[in-house]
Design a protein around this ligand. Structure first.
Ligand code: PLP
Length: 346
């Protein structure tokens, strides 16, 4: 989270802009919360240049909820949805969709090392598929799409770990969704950007709470929204606008990741986990010569105030998650630590 955002939230926590109560205590129908809700949505529209052909919904249940809710709405009886499985999150999305309808695995690199995305021109696509689902950045493997696949079917992307990290053309997508807690703000709110015609065509026999159309018709206030998470989302998106929007942050992200990958590549001691053409700018994954050295690296780094470097429990290794709010100085400190560690243990 950006420090400025936390500070502003702290200053307003007890007495929101002089209202005499916290935004956490405000009614979601009240005059204090309304502008917060609208600002979160309009900031997202500005940052991503989202046209009126799309709805921006603020929902609950995380990206994992969308793994199920999206096919419930968009994968009709007798239809097939194409899925790319390029890692842990893709695999989970597939599993949930299979509980709803027919799924075709259009490409599978989920067990490839180095981690990578399938070649776009070799995907096995279904004719008249309901949609093609991808994970734009595999958070655990550290593999990220640089170019999205082309398909006749609407392209659907789980962008939980790289939304707003770079410029994208939203018009290429039927749907984009992201849990907020990586690049947008705190957990508890899930951003879902959906083409309006897909919402209208969605399944109307599922329970109302799961139908996108009902959330769209109620401006994401069908039931009580996660007001405090949305408040922080409104601040984080405003912070990003103030920083020059997505163009500004993209340059910073590329510089941060570039320096870290250069440090990894400069020596045999470290080896990157992702294939160079799919290296993520958000999650930098690498290995050391042995698991013992990795454990030592993680604990010595933590002792110097650099926590959270342990790779996901399913893959091991090291993972530096350097989301939008992560400062450049933090990346440089990590690089210094890596050089020092190699000198002592290499
Ligand atoms: C973290 C993550 C998820 C899970 O998000 P929840 O909001 O916890 O459900 C899904 N997909 C990707 C790519 C992620 O990084």
């Amino acid at each position: 989270m950006p420090e400025e955002v936390l500070q502003e939230a702290q200053e307003n926590l007890f007495n929101y802009k002089g209202a005499g109560f916290s935004i956490m205590e405000a009614s979601h129908r009240g005059k204090e919360y309304g502008p917060v809700h609208d600002a979160a949505i309009s900031n997202l529209r500005k940052l991503m240049n989202i046209s009126d052909d799309y709805e921006v919904l603020l929902l609950q249940g995380g990206a994992t909820g969308q793994f199920a809710i999206l096919p419930m709405n968009l994968l009709g009886e007798g239809q097939t949805a194409d899925y790319v499985n390029a890692g842990s999150w893709g695999k989970k999305a597939v599993k949930e969709a299979q509980a709803i309808g027919n799924v075709n695995i259009a490409g599978d690199t989920s067990s490839d090392i180095p981690t990578r995305m399938p070649d776009n021109d070799r995907l096995q696509l279904t004719k008249d598929a309901a949609y093609l689902h991808i994970t734009s950045n595999e958070t655990i493997g550290g593999n990220q799409y640089m170019e999205y696949p082309q398909s006749d079917a609407p392209l659907v992307a789980d962008m939980s770990s790289d939304i707003l990290c770079r410029e994208i053309d939203v018009n290429r997508f039927g749907a984009i969704y992201a849990g907020a807690q990586k690049n947008l703000g705190p957990s508890g709110v899930t951003v879902v950007i959906l083409r309006k015609d897909l919402i209208e065509a969605g399944n109307s026999t599922i329970p109302g709470i799961f139908q996108y159309r009902n959330h769209a018709a109620n401006n994401s206030m069908l039931n009580t929204p996660p007001c405090f998470s949305i408040y922080i989302l409104s601040l984080t998106t405003q912070w990003l606008l103030d920083k020059g929007g997505v163009t500004g942050i993209q340059a910073i992200n590329e510089a941060k990741a570039g320096r870290l990958y250069a440090a990894i590549q400069s020596t045999e001691f470290f080896s990157g986990t992702a294939a160079p053409e799919y290296r993520s700018t958000m999650n930098i994954t690498f290995r050391l010569p042995s698991e013992e050295l990795e454990a030592q690296f993680i604990s010595e780094a933590a002792a110097q105030g650099m926590s959270g470097l342990k790779g996901h429990r399913s893959v091991g290794g090291i993972r530096a998650s350097i989301y939008n709010a992560f400062p450049e100085a933090g990346v440089d400190a990590l690089i210094d630590f890596m050089k020092d560690f190699e000198q002592k243990n290499g």
